[in-house]
Ligand binder design. Structure first.
Ligand SMILES: Cc1cc2nc3c(=O)[nH]c(=O)nc-3n(C[C@H](O)[C@H](O)[C@H](O)COP(=O)(O)O)c2cc1C
Length: 155
């Protein structure tokens, strides 16, 4: 079965965030994310579900931030991945700041990249947003893998 292959692909947990022109912001957990180019500029591509509230934010803003989580940030992952921004303000009580291109940056994340959307690819249920990386930073430590996150978030 093709799912046997797809379910074995290794991923990390990323939080993708974006802010609309009216100042509202949202984000979700994305695991389907990859660097897709290096020169002359690096690119990151994120597959965002069309049904997710975050989709409209990335689409309208034309920019998004990608965050790496630390291994102890299970609750942060649950906040962005287990509920929709349609029902909850995921940024409530979180330290954040406005980053390059107006993207909202989570202060406590292990690292971030700010990306300008340069291509949108229709992938059925998802849109692949290809972003040119305009800035990025990361601290020390191993990022949270999707396998660890799911084991500990559900355990
Ligand atoms: C482990 C995990 C991986 C996920 N991977 C993706 C993904 O690659 N792309 C995506 O659009 N949503 C992904 N999701 C789903 C969204 O994070 C989730 O539906 C979220 O609650 C949507 O929030 P929103 O409606 O506020 O955008 C994932 C969720 C989890 C828990």
């Amino acid at each position: 079965m093709r799912e046997d292959f797809l379910n074995r692909l290794p991923y990390a947990v990323y939080v993708v965030t974006a802010r609309k022109g009216d100042g509202t912001k949202n984000g979700n957990v994305v695991t389907w994310l990859s660097q897709t180019g290096r020169e002359p500029v690096p690119y990151l591509a994120a597959a965002v579900a069309k049904a997710d509230y975050t989709h409209g934010f990335v689409d309208q803003a034309g920019a998004f931030a990608v965050h790496l989580l630390r291994q102890d940030q299970i609750e942060l992952g649950k906040r962005f991945g287990f509920q929709s921004g349609r029902q909850a303000d995921k940024f409530a009580g979180l330290a954040w700041r406005e980053g390059p291109l107006g993207v909202p940056l989570l202060e406590d994340a292990l690292g971030f990249a700010a990306c300008r959307v340069v291509q949108r690819l229709d992938c059925g249920s998802h849109t692949l947003f290809v972003g040119e990386v305009v800035e990025g930073q990361a601290g020390q430590g191993e990022p949270l893998s999707a396998a660890d996150f799911l084991r500990r978030a559900n355990g």
